[in-house]
Design a protein around this ligand. Structure first.
Ligand code: PLP
Length: 411
């Protein structure tokens, strides 16, 4: 029997969500469209299988096939991220947040000092936000962005590191639009003998396609989700130098997780194969070009972009000169079929729930085949709606028609 006949309620909700995804513009920087093939692996019978522990050492029988799935996924991660021979891969983390906890748990004791970017400047909840388990368990000292440039200030980060002597320095953001100088972070970490950890959840797809430099030549541990610019399943990976492999593996299982989601691991393998194609490289390059095009058009309309622009797939629009808050702008744009997320700006005087900016990303719309011309169109709609909220309903109809020409992969 089909889902449609057996569970019409859930079937109907999925159809309505499909329609929403088709008829609106997804500018949420952390979202994307996974391919049909990724979803086929994710929705497969592999989800039936329990396989606690790692290939060759499982606590359950019947794992000879899923062992091969996990090994293939690990090999393909190695290839996609060009890992040196003395690096190790763990593909079991359920998602980005557990992956980060698993690294801290492997390498630190509760109360140890970690340096990271604060949430409102573009860090993640798991980078020591006071409302998060990480902020309650470890001593986080947050660096900010330069108030003048809106960018990372490596001299300030070094000064702070010298003062607080962190055991681990974390670099990697949910809302930072500029290229990261990983070598500088390595130098800072070396000066204070800290472990250098990168969380590339957002930019992993760009890194795999060489559209952003990689931390791997310089860092000790790298975590990433697989569902953002990488366009895979909701899951995560940890890559680390061999000397941390045992501690990391133990921390993932049995430290923090039980049975791995083999279906998600198979979908990671499919994602990594896709990431090595010429088509993926083109997509990643276009993501960056599209983001720049959108930023330039918005600037032409008088919008302030934090740090003055973007080098990657996202930008933060500072709305303080537009007489609207981040939350209100998000709601208004949504009523025009343009889906975004509210975002803090550096030194934001407002609170995280209703901050001073919105975050815009170009990955999902690029996956639909949109190019610079379309980005300019989207930016003009954003400018028009923020200037005159009364046209939102009309724009929503235009967006719906526009979206018909750009079918989303997997839908
Ligand atoms: C998205 C993100 C995460 C968390 O991922 P989830 O899968 O939502 O738990 C962690 N770190 C960064 C930098 C992220 O952007």
């Amino acid at each position: 029997m089909s889902l449609k006949t057996k569970d019409p309620q859930i079937y109907d909700l999925i159809q309505r969500e499909r329609k929403r995804e088709m008829e609106t513009l997804d500018l949420i920087a952390s979202e994307n469209f996974a391919s049909k093939e990724v979803m086929e692996a994710l929705g497969s019978i592999l989800g039936n299988k329990y396989a606690e522990n790692y290939p060759g050492k499982r606590y359950y029988g019947g794992c000879e096939i899923v062992d091969q799935v996990e090994e293939l996924a690990r090999d393909r991660v190695r290839e996609a991220f060009k890992l040196p021979l003395d690096w190790h891969v763990n593909v079991q983390p359920y998602s980005g947040s557990p992956a980060n906890l698993e690294v801290y748990n492997a390498l630190l004791e509760p109360g140890d000092t970690i340096m990271a970017l604060d949430l409102l400047s573009g860090g993640h909840l798991t980078h020591g936000s006071p409302v998060n388990f990480t902020g309650k368990t470890y001593k986080f000292v947050h660096y900010g962005l330069s108030p003048k440039t809106g960018k990372l200030d490596y001299m300030e980060i070094l000064k702070l590191a010298d003062k607080v002597n962190p055991k681990l320095i974390l670099c990697g953001y949910t809302a930072y639009s500029r290229e990261i100088d990983f070598k500088k972070f390595r130098e800072i970490a070396d000066k204070v003998r800290a472990v250098a950890m990168a969380d590339i959840s957002h930019i992993a797809g760009l890194i795999a396609a060489d559209a952003h430099p990689s931390p791997i030549p310089f860092f000790d541990v790298v975590t990433s989700t697989t569902h953002k610019t990488l366009r895979g399943p909701r899951a995560a990976i940890i890559m680390c130098k061999d000397k941390f492999a045992t501690a990391i593996d133990k921390s993932v299982f049995p430290g923090m997780q039980g049975g791995p989601h083999i279906n998600a691991i198979a979908a990671i393998a499919v994602t990594m194969k896709e990431a090595k194609t010429a088509g993926f490289r083109k997509y990643a390059e276009q993501v960056v070009k599209n983001c720049k095009a959108m930023a330039h058009t918005l600037q032409d309309f008088g919008f302030k972009i934090v740090s003055g622009g973007t080098d990657n797939h996202l930008m933060i629009v500072d709305l303080t000169n537009k007489n609207i808050t981040g939350l209100d702008a998000r709601k208004l744009l949504e009523s025009a079929g343009i889906v975004t997320s509210q975002s803090g700006i550096p030194q934001d005087p407002r609170k995280p729930w209703d901050p001073s900016g919105v975050r815009l990303g170009s990955a999902a719309v690029t996956s639909r085949g949109m190019k610079e011309k379309e980005m300019q169109k989207i930016a003009s709609w954003i400018a028009a709606v923020i200037t005159d909220p009364s046209i939102a309903a009309k724009v929503k109809q235009e967006v719906k028609r526009f979206c018909k020409n750009f079918p989303a992969p997997g839908l």
